[in-house]
Design a protein around this ligand. Sequence first.
Ligand SMILES: NC(=O)C1=CN([C@@H]2O[C@H](COP(=O)(O)OP(=O)(O)OC[C@H]3O[C@@H](n4cnc5c(N)ncnc54)[C@H](OP(=O)(O)O)[C@@H]3O)[C@@H](O)[C@H]2O)C=CC1
Ligand SMILES: O=C(O)C(=O)Cc1ccc(O)cc1
Length: 453
Amino acid sequence: MTASCHGTTTGTPGECFAEKRTVNIGIIGFGDMGRLYAQKFIEAGWQHVNVCDLPAKYDALREELADSPIRVFRDGHAVSRRSDFIIYSVEAERINAVVALYAPSTKMGAIVAGQTSVKAPEVRAFEEHMPEDVNIVTCHSLHGPKIDPTGQPLVIVRHRSTEDKYHLTVRILSSLGSEHVFLSYEEHDRITADTQAVTHVAFLSMGTAWKTQRVFPWEDRNYVGGIENVKVNMALRIYGSKWHVYAGLAILNPSARIQVRQYALSVSELFALMIQERKEEFRARILRAADYVFGQAGEQRQRSRKILLSDEVLDRFSLSSVPKEKRKPNSHLSLLAIVDCWHALRINPYDHLICQTPPFRLWVGIVEYLFNDAEMLESTINAALYDMDTRGEDLHFYSAAQGWAQCIEIGSMEGYQLRFQDTSSFFQDRLADAGKLSSEMIATITRHIHQTD
Ligand SMILES: NC(=O)C1=CN([C@@H]2O[C@H](COP(=O)(O)OP(=O)(O)OC[C@H]3O[C@@H](n4cnc5c(N)ncnc54)[C@H](OP(=O)(O)O)[C@@H]3O)[C@@H](O)[C@H]2O)C=CC1
Ligand SMILES: O=C(O)C(=O)Cc1ccc(O)cc1
């Protein structure tokens, strides 16, 4: 084994060959993310990857993985006893119960990590149930299971660890090829409350608003082209995913309520100004928020832009066969409200790009697109105040956003599930197409960003 595999994180996969033959990696929860991680560890040359799901799935998994180097065990006890590094990749809502169950079987001196999207409950569970000799270095991949982890952010939280176990963890996680972001668990939860929980509320509310109007947005010329494509593709992408992922990260994150509450308040206060046609107040509030988030518009009335979505990329990814017509003015209440929300909470979304998920990157991208185009922003403000078609749509968006925020506020997982499934079943015929198209859109935009870095 070379020196670089001892106590440093700089060893290349080749240099760490010996440790890849001896270290046992464990994964408890062989769902979408557990599978992705197991595959990546095997591809990187780790020879002992031990996995389990619920005992009831043991036989089926053994059969499925009969020809795979991944080793299947009956339960988390069997995985924990033999593994040096163990990742819990289960539903956030279950993390405490699952950790409590398997913690006593953890190998002495091992490292435990979790993949849940919210870290406070996970760290609490590890602290409460793990023996004191166990190291806690946890992680969170900020992308879904169908996205290539290469270059995507991977948060690593060193919570309680010796130096060598911490570096071993980083070397193991380097197999994913992601960009490491080192944070405390509190920082992680504060930032992801914005990059994930609030972003999802905006897209979920768009979906619910379309559903209550019985509108399939890909059939409606108002939702075709430009930033509308991002709204439609991302909303449907979320509704095509597992509800527990979104419910867990919103309801169990202690910072999410504060931020979601402010987003709902921003929607509500802006909507009140709109329907009262209080133009001066409304316009001044939007521009103050814009100055805070994007800086003062300079001589060319340009504000700062970092994501730089192009018209060509935006127009390329449409679910619709309806031709794009001249852009119809829209209030973009969802976008105005997020800038107002960032302003109210003194959040700089560009600082949060360190924890960007694909939907957040696109969200910031379309917001800056709107706020950078002075003409479009003025027509948006006018539509918000005086366009009666837009007002009807905004009423539905307003109601949906309040409903989602209340559901998160009261912390109802069941309510979240019912609301989520109610809207996703309305769109069910197009969810698969939207998932594919949005992944292509994300891949194109990721390439574009890396080329312009
Ligand atoms: N999907 C995503 O985009 C991302 C998800 N995450 C987080 O990663 C975690 C896993 O998500 P994901 O893989 O998508 O979810 P999945 O539902 O696909 O996987 C979770 C798996 O854990 C199993 N499980 C539950 N209890 C136990 C147990 N006691 N022992 C062993 N296995 C158990 C579940 O079984 P069953 O289904 O029968 O309950 C399921 O197969 C979540 O906390 C999520 O928030 C993080 C980043 C991205
Ligand atoms: O749509 C996507 O790609 C996502 O952003 C998925 C996602 C869901 C939960 C996470 O904790 C991280 C990423």
